[in-house]
Write a protein that binds this ligand. Structure first.
Ligand code: NAD
Length: 479
């Protein structure tokens, strides 16, 4: 039984209340560990440690702050195998994904923002007889709350810019996938990070998470997770005038036109539908295809999807693993049932995958393609966040745009076309924070990242993140 602890003031400490939550392995369905069920007193201790560490961290010469964050990045890579195994054990994602995507990206997040802090600068404005300049000062103690789908990847995506900007952090990873965040504490100590600069508290969202949001000393909250929890956080934080960055759910359209590069589109659409078992907020779960190529696409896509094998997440050849938890497994299956009731036809998948031996208790679902559903039905309106996509034909550009924009979410959209005018029109008119044309999940960490509508407010990435984690002050000197 692996028992993990909170990381507060550079030390690993048990929760004050002595309560723990079971940690499940999605591959087998077994309980393999315990994690702290922290409460507001644990959060208060973490905030106190962060508050004490803040003056020295904020005034550290930039090169030294860079060196420490860079050493954390190096430490993540030195521990790549250990971290990847922990991530796969905890989340059910394939070891291939953990090794090649999640953990390398976590290292890159620290490397990227370690460098960014050396180049971050502010503006000055001259007028006759006066000079104004902008100060961007760290906020103090900030909260970073992250989800289970890309555990260390998204946790570090918040923590690295917060620390780079000179803040101290109280972070809470998802209670469903806490292991790699715990290992990050060890890596920070080895990298020479001063105690209290980063604190990691484990526990439930409505208890430990909300205590971070409510704490008066926490000046900003960067949250990634469900729209439901984001709304709750906004409700608590708004009257306290905290800075908020909310990265929430999605129901992203994938628009395929007959003039696209078909082979590249097909290969990428398989990935954009089912990577990480469809549990990426950026997955294109609503596929709309121009009518003239719809039947061909349907045949080719379903053939490819049927060939995908769900397997042991720890096996290096597996490309589809388990979904993250029993409640999530049941939620996905209930949406497949709902799709049938709503009149959808299951073209492939739609069933539980039984794996042998110890894996028989795990949570595996075959990649599922559904057709014949209207835009208005719940299957096409609500986020499923699993290996389930719908496909439908469209006739015209206007219809494609209306279908794409006809949901309450607005995170990302993908457009496959070689018509430049159409690409530009869709890029401008799609209601999404991120538009990919002829690609998917092609990320440049300098670009703004975030959603519109129910997909959130605020932007992460590059200077956007450095600006979020600093307070802007204008100074005018008359001379
Ligand atoms: P979730 O909202 O249940 O939990 C996310 C985190 O918030 C967890 O750490 C949880 O403990 C905490 N939390 C939950 N309720 C809280 C509350 N009331 N106060 C404070 N903290 C609280 O989400 P999840 O199920 O872990 O993640 C899946 C969701 O995340 C999906 O909706 C997905 O689209 C979204 N997501 C969005 C992005 C993005 O960049 N927009 C990226 C990844 C995942």
């Amino acid at each position: 039984m692996q028992v993990i602890h909170n990381y507060i003031g550079g030390k690993f400490v048990p929760p004050g209340g002595g309560n723990y939550i079971d940690n499940y392995a999605p591959a087998t369905g077994e309980i393999f560990g315990k994690i702290p069920d922290s409460d507001e007193k644990d959060i208060a201790n973490a905030v106190a440690a962060a508050t004490a560490a803040f003056p020295a961290w904020a005034s550290l010469p930039l090169e030294q702050r860079h060196d420490i964050l860079r050493a954390v990045s190096d430490g993540i890579l030195q521990n790549l195998d250990r971290l990847a195994e922990a991530e796969t054990l905890d989340s059910g994602k394939t070891i291939f994904a953990s090794r090649t995507v999640d953990i390398p990206r976590a290292a890159l997040n620290f490397k990227f923002f370690a460098t960014a802090l050396l180049h971050f600068a502010s503006e000055s404005h001259q007028m006759p007889g006066a000079l104004s300049y902008t100060l961007r000062q760290p906020l103090g103690v900030v909260g970073c709350i992250s989800p289970w789908n890309l555990p260390l990847y998204l946790f570090t995506w918040k923590i690295a810019p917060a620390l780079a900007a000179g803040n101290c952090v109280v972070g809470k990873p998802s209670e469903i996938t806490p292991l790699t965040a715990c290992l990050l504490g060890e890596i920070c100590n080895a990298a020479g990070m001063p105690p209290g600069v980063l604190n990691i508290v484990h526990g439930l969202g409505p208890k430990a998470g909300e205590a971070i949001v409510r704490h008066p000393q926490v000046k900003a909250v960067s949250f990634t997770g469900s729209t439901r929890a984001g709304a709750e956080i906004a409700r608590i934080a708004a009257p306290m005038f905290k800075k908020l960055s909310l990265e929430l759910g999605g129901k992203n359209p994938n628009l395929i036109f007959a003039d696209c590069d078909y082979d590249k589109m097909l290969e990428t659409t398989v990935r954009s539908s089912f990577s990480n078992q469809g549990q990426i907020c950026l997955c294109g779960s609503r596929i709309y295809v121009e009518k003239t190529i719809f039947e061909k696409f349907k045949k080719d896509f379903v053939e490819r999807v049927k060939a995908m094998k769900v397997g042991d997440p720890m096996h290096p050849d597996s490309r589809l693993g388990a979904v993250v938890s029993k409640p999530h497994f049941e939620k996905i299956l209930s949406y497949i049932e709902l799709a049938k009731q709503e009149g959808g036809s299951i073209l492939c998948g739609g069933e539980v995958v039984e794996l042998p031996g110890k894996l028989s208790g795990g949570w595996y679902i075959a990649p599922t393609v559904i057709e014949g559903l209207t835009l208005q039905c719940r299957t096409n309106q609500e986020e499923i966040f699993g290996p389930v996509v719908t496909i439908e034909p469209f006739d015209s550009d206007d219809e494609a745009l209306a279908l794409a924009n006809g949901v309450s979410y607005g995170l990302s959209a993908t457009v496959w076309t070689n018509n430049l005018s159409r690409a530009q029109r869709f890029a401008a008119e799609l209601q999404a924070g991120i538009v990919w044309v002829n690609c998917w999940l092609l990320r440049d960490l300098r670009t703004p990242f975030g959603g519109v509508k129910q997909s959130g407010v605020g932007r992460e990435g590059g200077w956007e993140a450095m600006r979020f984690f600093t307070e802007t002050k204008n100074v005018t000197i008359a001379g």
